[in-house]
Ligand binder design. Structure first.
Ligand code: UN1
Length: 485
C-alpha cells in the first residue's frame, strides 16, 4: 500500500463540528524529506481554544450522567474503527513522525488496545465501602469526574499517548480539550475521527491544533479542572507550577535518561538485542528509550562487539520502506541539535565507539555509540546527563553491581531502567533501592502495557501515574460519605 498523495486538510473539532482555524497557516511535512506536504490548514486561535473549553464545560454534566457502560461502548466502537484503518493511519504516522511503517501500524493498534482496555474499565470501576467504628453507619468512597480536562501531547507517539490520556478521561466522565504537538496533527485528527465515529456527543472531546503557545491558553482557561501533559521537563514544571497556583491538578510525564545495566552474569545475546531495541527503535525518540549503557568491565568488550554487530545489520532510511529498521528524526531541527550533542560530547572527552550509515539529508542521524571517559569526566559528559531524544547511546564501564547501580542512579531523571542479570537477588535489590518508575529485568527499557501504571520518579514525572487502574487517581476525585440509615 502506498501513502495517499492527497494533502489532508487540518481542521479543529469544536463542539461536534470540524472547523478551520482563525489563526495563521500551519501544516505538516514528511519527516524523511522535510518537504512533502502531508497536511495543511490554519491554526486555532486563542478565541477558538476558549470556545472549545466552553463547549467542554457545557457538555460535561450530561456526559457524566451518561451510564459508564454507554461511555465505554463508544470507546469500543472507536477501537474497532482504528483497527480497521490501522494500515493507512500507521503509514501516515510513519510519514509524519519518522518511525517505521511497522512501528506506525503497531502504534495505531496500540491506541485501539488502549481504547478497548478503558472500555472494559467501565465494567470494573467501583467505589469502596469501609466499616464504620460507629454502629448503624457505613462509610462509602465514590469517584466523580474531575470535570474538564486539558490534554497536551508530544510528537513522538502521535496517537498512542493521546489515546492513553483521552480514553480514561472520557470513560471516567470528563470532557476534554486536546492539543497535539503541532508537528504531528494528522494522527490527532484520526483519533478524534475514530471517537466521533464511535458516537461521542458534541462538546465531549474538542481538538485544537496550533503552536506550543496555545498551551498557555489552556492553563489560563478558567474552565480547566485538570491538565495532563507529556513533554519536556522544562515545560512540564511550568505547567505544574501554574496549575498549583490556581489549585488544579496537573499530571506531567516528562524527560528520561534511561539506563540499561548489563552485569557480568547476563545473557549477552539477549541483552544486546534488547539494548538495540531500547536505544534505536523509533529512532530513539521515546522518553523510555535507553540512552545510557552501563557495562560491567568484564563483559564490556564482548557485549559491545555483539551490539555493534547487530547494529551493522540495521538499515536507516525511508520509514515507509519495509526493509528499513530506523527512520529519520521528526525534523531537521531535531537532527541538528542531536548532531551538536554528539560533537559536544566528543569535545568533552567521549570517544566514538560506533557510527552507522544514514541518508545524508536533513532529518537523518546515524545510530551512534559514544564511550565516555572514566570517573568524573564521564559522569559530567553531556551525553550522560542530557536527554538528546535521538539514536545516541552513551556507555560507561564499571566494576560490579554496586558501581553499576550507583551509575544508574546518577541522573536527574528516573523513568525507566533495564537490568540484565541472571541473579534474582540483584533484580530484587534494584526493585527495592533504585529510584525509577519502571524497572525491566532482562527486557528493553521502552514499552508500556495499558493495564499497568506508567510514569517516572525525580524529574521524569509529577502527579499520579498514567494508564491502568492508576489513571482513575488522576481523572477522578472522591467523596467520602458517612452514611447512617
Ligand atoms: C513506550 O515506551 O512504548 O513519550 C511508551 C514517551 C512515553 C511513552 C513511552 N510517554 O515516549
Amino acid at each position: 500500500m502506498e501513502l495517499s498523495t492527497t494533502v489532508a486538510t487540518l481542521e479543529h473539532y469544536i463542539n461536534g463540528a470540524w472547523v478551520p482555524g482563525d489563526g495563521g497557516r500551519i501544516g505538516s511535512t514528511a519527516a524523511a524529506d522535510q518537504s512533502s506536504i502531508l497536511a495543511e490548514g490554519t491554526a486555532a486561535s486563542t478565541g477558538q481554544v476558549a470556545a472549545a473549553f466552553d463547549a467542554a464545560r457545557t457538555a460535561q454534566k450530561s456526559w457524566a450522567a451518561t451510564p459508564m457502560a454507554a461511555r465505554g461502548a463508544i470507546l469500543a466502537k472507536a477501537a474497532g474503527y482504528l483497527t480497521e484503518h490501522a494500515e493507512d493511519f500507521g503509514a501516515e504516522l510513519a510519514a509524519e513522525e519518522g518511525k517505521t511503517r511497522a512501528e506506525g501500524i503497531g502504534e495505531v493498534l496500540r491506541a485501539a488496545q488502549i481504547l478497548t482496555y478503558y472500555s472494559s474499565e467501565s465494567e470494573r470501576a467501583a467505589g469502596t465501602v469501609f466499616q464504620s467504628p460507629r454502629a448503624g453507619e457505613q462509610i462509602l468512597v465514590t469517584h466523580k469526574p474531575l470535570g474538564v480536562i486539558g490534554v497536551i501531547t508530544p510528537f513522538n507517539f502521535p496517537i498512542g499517548i493521546p489515546a492513553w490520556k483521552i480514553a480514561p478521561a472520557l470513560v471516567f466522565g470528563n470532557t476534554v480539550v486536546f492539543k497535539p504537538a503541532s508537528l504531528v496533527p494528522l494522527l490527532a485528527m484520526r483519533l478524534v475521527q475514530a471517537l466521533e465515529h464511535g458516537g461521542l456527543p458534541a462538546g465531549v472531546l474538542n481538538l485544537v491544533i496550533g503552536p506550543g503557545a496555545l498551551g498557555d491558553a489552556f492553563i489560563a482557561n478558567e474552565q480547566l479542572d485538570g491538565l495532563t501533559f507529556t513533554g519536556s521537563t522544562g515545560v512540564g514544571r511550568k505547567l505544574c507550577a501554574a496549575g498549583a497556583a490556581r489549585g488544579i491538578p496537573v499530571q506531567a510525564e516528562m524527560g528520561g535518561k534511561n539506563a540499561s545495566v548489563v552485569l557480568a552474569d547476563a545473557d549477552l545475546d539477549l541483552a544486546s538485542e534488547q539494548v538495540l531495541f531500547g536505544a534505536f527503535r523509533s529512532t530513539g525518540q521515546k522518553c523510555t528509550a535507553t540512552s545510557r549503557l552501563i557495562l560491567d568491565e568484564s563483559i564490556a568488550d564482548e557485549f559491545l562487539a555483539k551490539l555493534t554487530g547487530r547494529l551493522a545489520q540495521w538499515v536507516t532510511g525511508d520509514p515507509l520502506d519495509p526493509s528499513v529498521h530506523m527512520g529519520p528524526l521528526v525534523d531537521a531541527k531535531a537532527a541538528t541539535s542531536a548532531a551538536q550533542g554528539i560533537e559536544r560530547s566528543l569535545e568533552q572527552g567521549a570517544t566514538l565507539n560506533y557510527r552507522g550509515q544514514a541518508p545524508d539529508t536533513g532529518s537523518f542521524l546515524a545510530p551512534t555509540i559514544l564511550e565516555l571517559p572514566d570517573g568524573e569526566a564521564g559522569r559530567a559528559n553531556c551525553a550522560w546527563q542530557e536527554e538528546f531524544f535521538a539514536p545516541i547511546l552513551a556507555v560507561r564501564r564499571v566494576n560490579g553491581w554496586q558501581e553499576a547501580f550507583e551509575a544508574a542512579e546518577d541522573s536527574e531523571f528516573g523513568l525507566s531502567l533495564a537490568l540484565f542479570t541472571s541473579n534474582l537477588a540483584l533484580a530484587l535489590e534494584a526493585q527495592q533501592t533504585l529510584d525509577v518508575g519502571i524497572l525491566h529485568v532482562n527486557s528493553e527499557s521502552a514499552g508500556a502495557d495499558p493495564h499497568v501504571p506508567f510514569g517516572g520518579a525525580k524529574a521524569s514525572g509529577y502527579g499520579p501515574k498514567e494508564q491502568g487502574a492508576a489513571a482513575r487517581e488522576f481523572y477522578t476525585h472522591t467523596t467520602t460519605t458517612y452514611l447512617r440509615g
